[in-house]
Design a binder for this molecule. Structure first.
Ligand code: 13P
Ligand code: SF4
Length: 405
């Protein structure tokens, strides 16, 4: 069978069997083409909670499939390949972290989402590479124990100078393969290229970067940038996906060794077998573990600092979606939006644009339509969110710039 034939069969089987395919951006391109949703760890977590299908196939690694099961326990959640673990997520166990917590009493434990469900049960809040700085900055506590990635932790520490952050020496074996030597060689070979780096890389690498961010952040930056050449300092599939999406630009992997074998183990023919019910591993998590781990993930998803309230007024005074997208998503990575409007017709002018935005920008929307009281009640509930309309957009930008210069 050809790649195209396999893709067609997957598309019809997933429709017939009510399957949703989620894929992390490190997965092979021929799989991302047939996935219902592709994103970074944060976007996948948010999506997991709202998928309507009975079965969810996670093309990624084990902690990602666990996150889906934790957030959507009523669904059949299939990990695409049972060998796909994440070495970083499995580096530390609860005994070690409990000892560290004992030695650092009064510290809040912040877990990178790349941790097992078991480990999340003893942590206070989860973060991803795209949400970590904002969530930690928004926490009232000063003393933070961050596990397990020392490189991402060092990056967060620099971005949150007011916090007292203790780190442990875990990390991603893939991203650790890139060094300053690779940066120098890549810059010498491509002097006009911008360097875009994932914070899981060593500090000596991201210190040289023009942009530091999550997998989705890197992709969005490259797509929007007016530059034509980019050195990609994360798993090499990102350079490949970008080359497909932006044929007029050039993307160079920072190092040929930036390959995550756990992400590469899932193949397109295997996804076909999964859709036939003949492959993959169904994820089971005991209810006690699930509920405790969920608290930690819920805190991340609910973090008000990730939110934005869009006040549509009567539908006239609103600034364009493109302007909001550029300011809020690209610059500040805001992904949760509450839309308030007095009348349903005000919303009807935009539905297709919003749907497109929702799909491509990995944002989630809630809508409150109704009387002033109803809208005010929604605002009071999410008091830490911000209203955006034509009048206050500039103020909002200044506010965020001060907060995250
Ligand atoms: P993202 O949060 O950027 O998706 O990163 C996940 C990951 O595993 C990176 O190695
Ligand atoms: Fe885990 Fe690193 Fe692979 Fe990401 S790239 S899944 S952190 S091993």
């Amino acid at each position: 069978m050809t790649t195209f034939q396999i893709q067609q069969e997957i598309l019809s089987l997933k429709e017939k069997n009510d399957i949703c395919i989620l894929a992390h951006s490190y997965i092979a391109h021929e799989i991302t083409e047939i996935a219902d949703f592709v994103g970074d760890s944060y976007a996948l977590s948010v999506k997991a909670a709202s998928v309507p299908n009975k079965t969810v196939v996670m093309c990624g690694v084990r902690f990602m499939a666990e996150t889906v099961k934790i957030l959507a326990p009523e669904k059949r959640v299939i990990l695409s390949n049972s060998s796909a673990g994440c070495p970083m997520a499995e580096q530390m166990d609860t005994d070690l972290i409990k000892q560290l917590q004992e030695m650092n009493r009064g510290f809040k434990t912040v877990a990178y989402i790349n941790t097992t469900a078991e480990l999340k049960t003893i942590c206070d809040v989860c973060v991803t590479s795209s949400s970590a700085v904002k969530i930690i900055n928004a926490m009232p506590e000063q003393d933070i124990l961050f596990i397990p990635d020392i490189n991402l932790g060092t990056y967060i520490r620099r971005q949150c100078p007011d916090k007292n952050i203790k780190l442990v020496s875990g990390g991603c074996p893939t991203h650790c393969r890139a060094s300053l030597k690779h940066v120098k060689a890549a810059k010498a070979a491509h002097p006009d290229a911008l360097l875009l780096v994932h914070p899981e890389c060593l500090p000596e690498v991201w210190e040289q970067a023009d942009y530091i961010g999550s997998t989705s952040g890197i992709m969005e930056f490259a797509k929007k940038s007016s530059a034509k050449e980019f050195i990609i300092g994360t798993e090499n599939s990102i350079a490949q996906h970008l080359q497909f999406e932006c044929p007029d630009k050039k993307f160079y992997p920072l190092s040929k060794d930036l390959v995550c074998h756990n992400m590469k183990i899932t193949t397109l023919p295997e996804v076909l077998l999964i859709c036939k019910g003949e492959f993959g591993e169904e994820i089971e998590i005991n209810e006690k573990t699930r509920l405790k781990a969920k608290q930690c993930i819920d805190k991340m998803i609910e973090c008000p600092e990730l939110g934005l309230i869009l006040d549509m007024g009567m539908g006239k005074s609103i600034i364009s979606l493109t302007a909001i997208e550029e300011l809020m998503y690209d610059y500040f990575s805001i992904r949760k939006v509450l839309i308030i409007a007095p009348l349903r017709p005000a919303l009807e002018t935009w539905p297709t644009e919003i749907l497109k935005w929702n799909h491509t920008k990995h944002m989630t929307f809630s809508v409150v339509v109704g009387s002033k009281e109803k809208r005010l009640a929604a605002l009071a509930k999410d008091a830490d969110l911000y209203i955006i309309n034509r009048e206050n957009v500039q103020w909002l930008v200044e506010y965020y710039k001060k907060k995250w210069p």
